[in-house]
Design a protein around this ligand. Structure first.
Ligand code: CP
Ligand code: NVA
Length: 303
């Protein structure tokens, strides 16, 4: 593994190794702190879009491991505007040991990786969010003690987060069911790619009915209806997405011990109610904390 651009690129064994290491690093951190495995190593955090979790969890992950990280804002680098992406990659990678980047277009991250001499980590593109998906399956494994045979129901927009989650779920033997309004689900090509990664008979299903997706679910997952970069579609999306709200009535149709997950930030009252976000099934804030632990495994492995 040289870069971390998509869960699609990882074998199930590579995924399990990252999860095992992440669990070990979480225990070590909780027992008093991590060993300085990345002493002398540096990570550039390059952003074209806003962030709370991604920026802070990668930065603090490096700090906990004895390394150094620094933030480069969208206005500072103006990647692809002030300077071409290949040139940014060539220059930046001559200074640092790794680059974590959040970009609009997915080809920006693949281009960074192509021209970088150091590992590139995808911190979200319009196509996917693999560091989030790694954390999501980490959180499921930690809570449930297994992955194989579980059912993950994703309710909402067939977006970057949904796509990565599908890849990670089926590679670990979890069934994946997505419920979205017509025209807002993952593409047929995405779903076929997901099926091609299936391990232990994991199914991939797409429906327009939220109730069908959550039946027998062990995990219900949702995300914002309008992602960063789609702001001009907000009004249209607000009209079609309300039947896909994760509320108590929907959660009651899943297993009683079903986990409710959301990558955050949440638009409370839209895709998820306060009652569910703050309710007994919610693992939203454990999931957010786990960004730190799961990504440390990634940093130790790549750097
Ligand atoms: N979930 C997530 O990536 O959050 P941020 O956009 O705050 O980084
Ligand atoms: N789908 C959301 C995820 C934010 C972490 C977005 O791309 O804006």
């Amino acid at each position: 593994m040289k870069h971390f651009l998509s869960i699609a690129d990882l074998t199930p064994d590579q995924l399990y190794n990252l999860l095992d290491l992440g669990l070990q690093l979480k225990q070590e951190w909780q027992a008093g702190g991590n060993k300085p495995r990345l002493q002398g190593k540096s990570l550039a955090l390059l952003f074209q879009k806003p962030s709370l979790r991604t920026r802070v969890s990668f930065e603090m992950g490096m700090v906990h491991l004895g390394g150094y990280a620094f933030y480069l804002s969208p206005n500072e680098v103006k990647m692809g505007g002030r300077e071409s992406i290949p040139d940014v990659a060539r220059v930046l990678s001559s200074y640092v040991d790794g680059i974590m980047a959040r970009v609009f277009a997915h080809d920006h991250i693949t281009s960074l990786a192509e021209y970088s001499s150091v590992p590139v980590i995808n911190g979200l593109s319009d196509y996917n969010h693999p560091a989030q998906a790694l954390t999501d399956v980490f959180t499921i494994l930690e809570a449930k003690g297994k992955t194989t045979g579980l059912k993950v129901a994703y309710v909402g927009d067939g977006n970057n987060v949904a796509r990565s989650l599908m890849f990670a779920a089926v590679k670990l033997g979890m069934h994946f069911s997505i419920a979205s309004p017509p025209g807002f689900t993952l593409t047929a090509a995405d779903l076929d790619l997901g099926r091609s990664f299936s391990v232990d008979g994991a199914d991939v299903e797409a429906t327009t009915d939220a109730k069908t997706a959550v039946a027998d679910a062990d995990v219900i997952y949702t995300d914002v209806w309008t992602s960063m970069g789609q702001e001009e579609e907000t009004a249209r999306r607000l009209q079609v997405f309300p039947p896909y709200q994760v509320n108590q009535q929907l959660v009651s149709l899943a297993h009683p011990d079903c986990l409710v997950m959301h990558c955050l930030p949440a638009h409370r009252g839209e895709e998820i109610t306060d009652e569910v976000a703050d309710g007994p099934n919610s693992v939203l804030f454990t999931q957010a904390e786990n960004r730190l632990h799961a990504q440390k495994a990634l940093l130790v492995t790549l750097l």
